[in-house]
Design a protein around this ligand. Structure first.
Ligand code: FES
Length: 109
């Protein structure tokens, strides 16, 4: 299986490049595996905690897509830090189409 590269900027500004992500995992799973700070993923990826919140880089929003209804409701619960490019990283399925994806870890809740 070919690897997918994703780059996450942590809350302290340091950048983590993950170059061995795969198409059978979510962005949250790749970030957790790489030890990215600030991706807590309390609920384990079932879209019910918002502790995997990221801001998708402008250039990638179109490719990553919009949150579905359930994710949108979850993001409403963190409205104070929500931005137009907010996504829950557990709901971003990695694929060749998002190879090179860049995002920023949102502040803690
Ligand atoms: S890990 Fe809980 S919402 Fe993503």
């Amino acid at each position: 299986m070919s690897h997918i590269v994703v780059t996450l900027t942590q809350q302290d500004g340091t950048v983590v490049r993950i170059d061995d992500a795969t198409a059978d995992e979510s962005l949250m799973e790749a970030a957790r595996r790489a030890g990215v700070a600030g991706i807590v993923a309390e609920c384990g990826g079932v879209c019910s905690c918002a502790t995997c919140h990221v801001y998708v880089a402008e250039d990638w929003i179109g490719k990553v897509g919009e949150p579905d209804e359930v994710e949108d409701e979850m993001l409403d619960m963190v409205d104070h830090i929500r931005r137009p490019n907010s996504r829950l990283s557990c709901q971003i399925r990695l694929s060749e189409a998002v190879n090179g994806l860049q995002a920023e870890v949102a502040p803690d809740l």
